[in-house]
Design a binder for this molecule. Structure first.
Ligand code: FE2
Length: 314
């Protein structure tokens, strides 16, 4: 058993939970409820720079989750202060902070057409096909927006999962993408946490993303890599050239904003972190979420992203 079990969930800030559930459960199939918690969220004092974080947190799994779509989504509605913080100004793709959540999706184009033409979702990128990596792995991708314009990628890893035994469907989270200052520092760091299988590396600007950058801003260089772990969902660090402003935003901002790495035993995992010299943002926290506990602790990655380890028994 590995200590670190890949990305357990993508954390997504929402402005209104009913609207978020209509999108994530109603349209994208995240109908499996793990918990629905409202109350204080401790352990965020350093990250949120306030002691009074209060939120409603709904953890959802996808009804069609598979090995290529194993991750859950954690919807977070901040209830303290002025409510959900705004989407960070200046986000195009790849600035330091979370860039997207990606869902594995069999038959991307059919699903995209259903979501955009029938379900009223907004398109951020029309479906396209590509082949990546030394092994020319085939994939189809498309992007839609969540209700607050957060980026949701739909990917069909045709080259990794060549049989198509099922009807068109959305599965769970395949990876989260985030911007970094230094690709090597980040990838060396996350290799220690089990993200050792590189699926691709790209150093060319990905043209279909051009409309995402503000008018008047020079298009940046893109360096992207995608890493899977033996379990859980993967990570996609992105390095822009030149670097742009820090777009981590406030914790809980709408759109993709944090992620959690699964562990079986959080105390043992923290001991491993101590051995590796990785600092934590707080003690281990535990929320009473009804029939179980949600145990988590945020740690400091090289860019101080909002990233935690969570015990997967919730
Ligand atoms: Fe991606």
């Amino acid at each position: 058993m590995r200590t670190f079990q890949g990305v357990d969930h993508a954390g997504i800030g929402v402005g209104d939970m009913d609207q978020a559930l209509e999108f994530w459960s109603g349209k994208l199939g995240f109908t499996e409820l793990f918990f629905d918690y409202t109350g204080p969220v401790p352990g965020l004092e350093e990250i949120a720079k306030t002691k009074g974080v209060k939120a409603r947190i709904v953890m959802l799994g996808n009804k069609h989750t598979t090995r290529l779509g194993p991750g859950k989504v954690k919807l977070v509605q901040r209830l303290d202060g002025a409510g959900a913080p705004a989407y960070p100004a200046g986000i195009g793709y790849g600035e330091v902070g979370l860039a997207e959540v990606c869902l594995h999706t069999l038959h991307t184009e059919k699903i995209f057409r259903q979501l955009v033409d029938k379900d009223g979702c907004k398109s951020l990128m029309e479906p396209l096909s590509a082949a990546v990596g030394e092994q020319e792995i085939d994939l189809d991708i498309a992007y839609i927006a969540d209700p607050w314009m957060g980026k949701v990628e739909l990917i069909d890893w045709k080259g990794l999962w060549t049989a198509r035994p099922a009807a068109p469907r959305i599965e769970g989270v395949n990876h989260v993408a985030f911007g970094v200052h230094d690709m090597k520092v980040t990838t060396d760091f996350y290799k220690q946490l089990g993200f050792t299988d590189q699926i691709f590396e790209s150093t060319e600007f990905f043209g279909p993303m051009a409309p995402w950058y503000q008018v008047g801003r020079e298009l940046p260089g893109h360096h992207m890599t995608l890493w899977l772990s033996g379990q859980g969902a993967g990570i996609e660090p992105v390095r822009l050239t030149p670097l742009w402003e820090d777009c981590r935003g406030e914790w809980g901002h709408v759109g993709p904003m944090d992620f959690g790495i699964g562990v079986q035993n959080i105390k043992k995992a923290v001991a491993e972190f101590q051995k590796m010299g990785i600092e934590m943002h707080s003690e281990i926290q535990s929320l009473d979420v009804g029939n179980s506990e949600f145990k988590y602790v945020y740690f400091k990655d090289p860019d101080d992203q909002y990233v935690s380890i969570v015990e997967t028994s919730y």
